[in-house]
Design a protein around this ligand. Structure first.
Ligand SMILES: Nc1ncnc2c1ncn2[C@@H]1O[C@H](COP(=O)(O)OP(=O)(O)O)[C@@H](O)[C@H]1O
Ligand SMILES: [Mg+2]
Length: 356
């Protein structure tokens, strides 16, 4: 599905932004002019989450009381997602519409799919496992109708179970009460582990083809889902660790503790890879993500390239240009100098200028 028009009202720095988008669109302007704010608006319509804040209040332009984010899709703007945020301190509310009828956030997620590649994507290599789990979860939310609900139920179960472990630790509850929550952790947790592991297998197959294309080398790349409990042994593991869990008042086993591991030539990427290798790996990972979403939905996702061209060398840039030809791509940059000539020729260029 392609974005045809975007209209932002009081969204971040955009008091009034309305532009048509083509299959290839380049947004140009100096730093701080609001390019990433537009990328954020697109991600928000695709995933209902911002990639920059967990507080939706931040999305409303300062000194404003509401923000509206309209993303129109397909030719003639046939389809649309509209998100509205209203603040009236201390209250805050948000609502979504899909093709002009009110919907819940869970009904919006994945209606159209997007993949983001930005300089911060490199954090996936170096930062904590939670960011890598989130990477997998966002792909699964965009491709599996039940996943978001399962994940929020699971998170709720972990919170409730941890509370109970705390009461047990204080001697204020009976250990039999855990059975109910154990069952839920095992059922929901196993499903989440299996879905993430299957996704990783598919990403692993794709990255093995994508990495050589991106890097121009024959290096072997690998992605492994590292679960801290085997779903087959879930119940046994929990029962064996009763006292430890009560002692630490924390659920120690399950997908909330899992990680995604990256290897290059059988060495861990984060400790052995050069900066350039990490960059190639993440770009290849993004291509694997595109591959997966395209297979599931029979159409490619919208690719968002936020400020990445200046960091790529000439060869990687032209390889990327070949790849993006086949799908809608929205590129941001401070100027056109670093963007492949072929891309510039076919693209619509939106110039943003600082407010006077
Ligand atoms: N809620 C907000 N209201 C008004 N301006 C905002 C808000 N949040 C961020 N900004 C402004 O948006 C600008 C950053 O925009 P950004 O999209 O990151 O720029 P860039 O073009 O460099 O990607 C900053 O100047 C910041 O002050
Ligand atoms: Mg930016």
């Amino acid at each position: 599905m392609k974005i045809s028009r975007i209209k932002l009202t009081n969204f971040r720095s955009h008091v009034n932004f309305s532009e048509k988008f083509s299959p290839q669109t380049i947004i140009i302007g100096p730093n701080g002019v609001g390019k990433t704010n537009i990328i954020e608006a697109i991600l928000l319509a695709s995933t209902t989450r911002s990639h920059r804040t967990n507080h939706d209040r931040d999305l409303i332009a300062w000194e404003s009381e509401f923000a509206r984010n309209e993303i129109h899709l397909e030719e003639n703007d046939q389809k649309s997602i509209i998100a509205t945020f209203i603040t009236n301190t201390p209250t805050f509310s948000k609502s979504y519409m899909l093709n002009n009828s009110p919907k819940k956030a869970s009904e919006i997620v994945g209606f159209f799919q997007s993949v983001l590649f930005s300089p911060e994507s490199l954090d996936l290599v170096y930062s904590s496992p939670s960011l890598r789990r989130r990477f997998l979860d966002i792909i699964l939310c965009q491709s599996d109708r039940h996943y978001l609900r399962q994940l929020s139920q699971y998170n709720h179960v972990i919170r409730e179970r941890n509370k109970l472990l705390f009461y047990l630790n204080r001697g204020n509850s009976h250990v039999d009460e855990l059975q109910f929550w154990d069952d839920k952790v095992i059922t929901l947790g196993s499903d989440i582990i299996n879905k993430r592991a299957n996704l990783c297998q598919s990403l692993d197959q794709s990255i093995k083809k994508a990495y050589p294309l991106v890097s121009g080398t024959k290096d072997k790349s690998e992605i492994i889902y590292k679960n801290n409990v085997n779903p087959e042994q879930f119940e046994k593991t929990i029962l064996e660790n009763r006292q430890r869990e009560i002692k630490y008042t924390s659920t120690l086993f399950g997908p909330h503790r899992d990680d995604l591991l990256f290897f290059l030539n059988d060495h861990p990427l984060s400790t052995s890879g050069s900066r350039g290798e990490c960059r190639s790996f993440i770009l290849a990972l993004k291509l694997a993500e595109i591959d997966y979403l395209t297979k599931i939905h029979n159409q490619p996702p919208v690719l968002l390239l936020d400020d990445v061209f200046s960091e790529l060398d000439h060869d990687r840039r032209s390889r990327l240009a070949d790849i993006i030809e086949n799908q809608q791509t929205i590129i941001t940059a401070t100027d056109l100098d670093n963007i492949d000539k072929k891309t510039i020729k076919t693209a619509t260029i939106i110039k943003l200028t600082p407010n006077p």
